[in-house]
Design a protein around this ligand. Structure first.
Ligand code: MF3
Ligand code: CO
Length: 264
């Protein structure tokens, strides 16, 4: 839950996250490596007066070394910017930007095709984007989280793709991962009840093949078990009496309807 007086700050934090994501989507091109892309994100985050919520994020004895999460092809989420990870024509890159601005978090992600998109990747990206839209439409006060989960899972599976089970969406506020959990799978009328003032990150991770994932040796990067490709779209959404407010939507930038911003 976000208190009344902090909601305007949350809005600003989310707008910063959205602008950085948009800048990175415009910047990414074949031939650069994910370290360069992360450094660009780091610079933009600073320019907007924010800080990365990912950098030096700790889970037990693991410390996240990157400023944004950059996951290529079969990498699902939490990829680290790497000098030895070149982005190539035909790749898909998931860019996840989570910032802290004046004490509040904004979190959003998008997958883009680099250069010439393969038709099956275009379908994967479009289905994931629409799954997010369908989930957001259920983010209405009085509904339970399960309505969001069910809308996402049923749409994805109808399109013969699979939702990742091992990672879920989450509440957003002063910290990056708050209650409630927002799974991309599950049954209607299950989970926490949505009330005005709740801010949640809805983030379908959709695999072209099996839903199962493995972890790379770096301890962070999740990859698909069958090495087929994966896509990830995320928005931070505020529950209001008037319906869902997409906080990470920038006016004039249609993250939901385009998303396939090719570098060329
Ligand atoms: N948006 C990502 C998430 O919600 C941010 C993760 S930062 C990391 O999981 F440090 F955990 F990778
Ligand atoms: Co998130």
């Amino acid at each position: 839950m976000v208190s009344e007086e902090k909601i305007p700050v949350l809005r600003e934090a989310c707008q910063v996250a959205a602008r950085v994501l948009e800048d990175m989507c415009q910047f990414v091109k074949a031939g650069m490596n994910t370290y360069d892309l992360d450094q660009f994100g780091k610079k933009k985050i600073a320019e907007y007066g924010a800080e990365s919520a990912c950098y030096q994020y700790r889970v037990r004895d693991l410390v996240f070394p990157s400023h944004t999460c950059l996951s290529v092809n079969d990498e699902v989420i939490h990829g680290i910017g790497r000098l030895d990870r070149e982005i190539k024509d035909g790749d898909v890159v998931s860019i996840d930007v989570c910032v802290r601005y004046r004490g509040m978090i904004g979190d959003n992600a998008r997958t883009v095709s680099i250069g010439t998109a393969k038709p099956e990747d275009e379908r994967l990206l479009a289905v994931t984007r629409t799954a997010l839209e369908r989930g957001i439409a259920m983010a209405v006060a009085g509904n339970r989280v399960g309505e969001i989960s069910h809308a996402i899972q049923s749409y994805v599976e109808k399109n013969n793709f699979n939702v990742v089970r091992d990672f879920v969406g989450h509440g957003v506020g002063e910290t990056m991962h708050e209650d409630p959990q927002v799974p991309n799978f599950g049954r209607r009328r299950s989970g926490a009840k949505l009330v005005p003032g709740m801010a949640i990150a809805i983030e379908p991770m959709v695999n072209a093949g099996t839903h199962k994932v493995d972890m790379l040796g770096d301890g962070w990067t999740a990859v698909t078990k069958d090495h087929k490709r994966s896509a990830h779209f995320e928005h931070t959404v505020l529950i209001t009496p008037e319906g869902p407010e997409i906080l990470t939507q920038v006016p004039g930038v249609s993250a939901l309807t385009e998303g396939g911003e090719n570098a060329e």
